[in-house]
Design a protein around this ligand. Sequence first.
Ligand SMILES: [Zn+2]
Length: 431
Amino acid sequence: MNNMSILIKDSLVLTQDGERRIIKGDIYIEDDVIAEISEGITTEAEYVLTGKMVMPGLINTHTHLPMTLMRGYGDDLALEEWLTTRVWPVEKKLTEKMVETGTRLALLEMISTGTTTCNDMYFFEDAIARTCRDMGVRCFAGFSIIDFDTPEMKKERLLPECEKFIKKWKNDDMVTPVVAPHSTYSCSPETLQKSAEIAGKYDTFLHTHCSETRNEVYDVVERYGCRPVEQLERNGVLTEKTVLAHCGWITKEEVRQVAMAGACVSHNPVSNMKLATGGFTPLPELFDANACVTLGTDGAASNNKLDMFETMKFAALVHKHHRWNPGIVTAQQTLDMATVNAARFLGINAGSIEEGKKADLICLDMNMPNLVPMHNPVSHAVYAASGFNVSSTIINGRPLMLERKFPYFDKQKIMEDAEKAKEELVESGGH
Ligand SMILES: [Zn+2]
């Protein structure tokens, strides 16, 4: 419990409840819960905010938090060249301390732009989990499993260390530990199976990359005689607790398999377009099959932001354009992907603004040139707003940003530390 109270008065509330109601009124938050929503609440509160548009905090279902340190390092390169000449050489030099620094910067950016929960996957995940808990951000922390040595440890240690990590964090309030086999092209069938066993044993989530590029699909077909979704299924990784990042090159049959398994797709349009992966996650087909679709930014190295408002807009636009059909993915469907769909899949009692739900919500300052006049709040949230219209971010009832100030952290220090870490990372890199 936070022993804290917040009153948000005279607000326009995008509830994202079952009827997608938009209401006017006050919201009273006590401890970590939305205690009351009605008009004219007079209860005294520690913090009072007025006159905002309030909506559920956004949920980013695929990211690599510490990659903020590589923001803008190696733009305009194809995926392979970007990985081999930029990302991997830099990652070799990563230390736990740098990972913490990059994570703090990522969380600061997320809080600044209205994201309240993330589903991460990286190395030094214990340090990432700790940083998220310390800063108060809800995190699904994916311990990366891959058939290579990582900057943190030898490959042989990954599975046993992952199991220890899951045990350590499984009862935490803010951090949920996740098993994250990197992909079907970087994990052998045995590695996939062992990852699935650990997730099954502790009933936790799996997080993997799936069909990001066409080359990856060719490679998996050549090696295993089946496409990535089938390969995950054969090895026990396609479950109702699996988040599949990208799915840019999946077939109609794979859409059916994903839906049947009850797995969740994390659509990452900005990263896919920036790396020119050429695939279009088949959103309309996934919707028709009743598959769970959510949104992710991917790491800041390939995005280069963690702004989920931007990701929402790209997610809607790319499919309208691709299908020559402006109604194919609507603003409401897009907002659902970034809020209720993700909350439901991840099993968090948030994603909508209703009494009794966790207080994970954000306030937008509507007195901004890009948000005036107001015809339709959902349209504004998806097409007109940017993350920097968010004025306050509340996670688990704690106001981590209030009127664009950060009561709990030193914003300037977080940014300066990141700049220093970047110098250390690239100084001998020759770029
Ligand atoms: Zn990724």
